[in-house]
Design a protein around this ligand. Structure first.
Ligand code: MLT
Length: 243
């Protein structure tokens, strides 16, 4: 089975997606926040690409059953219930709720794959669980880094590299493209994921806006056994893997 990696979403083509399992990574912070919300029992998460789409979709629901969630420029959107810090997504807030979620990069990347059968949301927190689940699907894999505003993000590429290396070493996947080889090598250079997040540009941006407290949880390896999957327009808890 082959592994391919898109370093930014703009690299995605129909041909690269074709018949593959897709993994979307946005370490800071969409993937981490989505995972946290699923861990804490939300019903599902509906990603949207814009604030206005989120507001439109919200009209289809009883207001008490949903939460409007997400960020622009890292901060909670005016009128929304939650921002984009994983710490906001506690079970007392999200349990049983449908979250309508928009973020600058992550939610838009996920939506690019609305026609794909298996779209997994991954981050440092659930790498081993992701690897175990995607390996069980016995399919070629395309890992996509969300990046930032059409630019490369170091933390997403390194996380992709960690995942590639687990899939290569434990499940015997083959590095099918230069993107997969590049992130695999890159991962070996960054053994301290917390230092990585403190030094990458989005990590420094979050520290500058007073949200540096999110970096530690976003850097933690394998604290979750849950694999969120985007199916029919919604992200749900697909499996809880025993790793
Ligand atoms: C995004 O999707 O761009 C991020 O999650 C931004 C953020 O850190 O809030």
């Amino acid at each position: 089975m082959d592994l391919d990696v898109c370093l930014i979403p703009q690299e995605i083509t129909e041909e690269r997606i074709n018949n593959k399992t897709v993994v979307v990574i946005d370490v800071l912070r969409a993937s981490t926040t989505i995972l946290q919300a699923i861990e804490n029992g939300c019903r599902s998460i509906i990603p949207t690409s814009s604030v206005s789409d989120a507001m439109e979709i919200a009209k289809q629901f009883d207001r008490d059953s949903i939460l409007l969630c997400g960020e622009r420029e890292g901060k909670k959107i005016i009128g929304f219930d939650l921002g984009n810090s994983p710490f906001e997504y506690t079970s007392d807030k999200v349990f049983g709720k449908t979250l309508i979620y928009t973020s600058t990069n992550g939610s838009k990347t996920i939506l690019k794959f609305h026609n794909v059968k298996n779209v997994i949301i991954s981050t440092f927190n659930n790498l081993e669980a992701t690897a175990s689940y995607v390996a069980s699907l016995s399919n070629h894999i395309l890992i996509t880094c969300s990046g930032k505003l059409e630019r490369f993000s170091l933390e997403d590429a390194v996380c992709a590299g960690y995942l590639v290396n687990v899939l290569k070493e434990k499940y015997h996947f083959h590095l099918g493209t230069d993107g997969a080889v590049a992130v695999s090598q890159m991962a070996n250079q960054f053994v301290d994921t917390y230092q990585l997040l403190m030094n990458c540009s989005h990590g420094r941006f979050l520290m500058n806006i007073g949200m540096g407290y999110d970096l530690e949880i976003c850097s933690k390896l394998n604290i979750s056994k849950i694999v969120p999957e985007f199916i029919d327009g919604k992200i749900i808890k697909k499996v809880e893997v025993q790793t």
